[in-house]
Design a protein around this ligand. Structure first.
Ligand SMILES: [Zn+2]
Length: 356
């Protein structure tokens, strides 16, 4: 019988006692298993199946606690057949901060069904560079979530200074008042991430993703900020009490922000003028999102960003927005297909052809 080199019970499976000698590992019927006849010695031995011990050491442990070797081999074999054991152990050697990132690693292993692929996914996160336009009530908590999830490089674009109304849960603090929002945001990230976010960052145009958290009053926020339209970008906002995530634009492959604005203008010819006035209100403080809405926006956006960059699933916000608002708190997906008059997909095809 071939045992695993380092027997490891999948760490995300809960272990509960059904009675004094029956241990249930996992709750879901698809991956749960019952181990019967578990005495105190077996229970102690099972807790050691965490990947820290080789197969030979595991069997020696069984003997040391008074467990019959044949029984230990039988239990290991049963756990393996049931899919409770990992195919390879979790490698935490390359984690900058194994304690802080372990939950992320476990989640990625579960998503990829492989410790090796999960570990590589976390390493890939550490090499990402994400630029957030807007060190505000949405942008900073969003950056903190991504940094705490293992994203290696995050930088902010913002020319403003911190006001008291910029302080928010998971983001800037009241002590930051008067500081440049960019440096205060980087400080907020250092509170949650062991990653060295102060490393020299590449230009925003070379980022893996640009997240637009500033309200804008023009059709194309990228041009308004002097940014490239060839970088993948995601719009995140709270507009008039509604959390709006998306669309995520993959230039040349999916509809763009201008497409969405053109669809809006088709429905309401005065939309551009209305939108400009909404974000140019004289007292912007009263238009800042509440803490509940800004943290909801940050968390929803972070989930979509990680889905996209990890490659674990197709994000919901490609050619669409996800929208959430009180009082029903139901998540709605609104499609934004390419607009016939925009030409963004055709233009990019020409670029690709020229480049090729
Ligand atoms: Zn377009």
């Amino acid at each position: 019988m071939a045992l695993r080199p380092r027997p490891t019970i999948k760490p995300w499976l809960p272990k509960v006692w059904r009675d004094h000698e029956t241990l249930q590992i996992g709750i879901d019927p698809t991956d749960g298993v019952l181990v019967s006849g578990v005495d105190a010695a077996t229970a102690i031995w099972l807790t050691g199946l965490d990947g820290s011990r080789t197969e030979a050491e595991t069997l020696a442990d069984a003997e040391a606690v008074g467990l019959d070797i044949a029984t230990a081999v039988r239990v290991l074999s049963g756990l393996s057949r049931s899919g409770v054991l990992l195919s390879t152990p979790i490698d935490t050697q390359n984690l900058g901060d194994a304690g802080a990132l372990l939950p992320e690693l476990v989640s990625l292993i579960a998503a990829h069904a492989s410790p090796l692929d999960g570990g590589q996914a976390l390493t890939a996160r550490s090499r990402l560079h994400i630029v957030i336009d807007g060190a505000n009530r949405i942008g900073v908590p969003l950056g903190a979530l991504l940094a705490a999830s293992g994203v290696g490089r995050l930088s902010f674009l913002d020319a403003e200074y911190v006001r008291r109304c910029d302080a928010g849960v998971g983001g800037l603090s009241l002590e930051d008042e008067g500081e440049p929002r960019v440096s205060a945001a980087q400080h907020a990230l250092r509170r949650i991430s062991a990653m060295d976010q102060s490393r020299t960052v590449a230009s925003p145009q070379e980022a893996d993703l640009l997240i637009l958290c500033q309200p804008w009053s023009v059709h194309d926020p990228l041009q308004a900020r002097g940014l490239s339209d060839r970088t993948a970008h995601l719009a995140v906002a709270v507009r008039d009490g509604t959390v709006v995530i998306g669309p995520l634009v993959l230039p040349g492959r999916t509809s763009c922000l201008r497409c969405a604005e053109m669809h809006r203008t088709d429905r309401d010819s005065r939309w551009p003028a209305v939108a400009a006035q909404l974000v140019a209100a004289p007292n912007r403080a009263v238009h800042e999102p509440t803490n509940v809405l800004s943290t909801l926006a940050a968390a929803l956006a972070a989930g979509q960003v990680l889905d996209h960059l990890d490659g674990t699933r197709v994000p919901d916000v490609l050619e669409a927005t996800m929208e959430l608002r009180p009082p029903d708190w139901q998540l709605h997906r609104r499609p934004w297909p390419p607009h016939a008059d925009c030409g963004c997909l055709e233009t990019s095809t020409e670029h690709a052809r020229v480049a090729g």
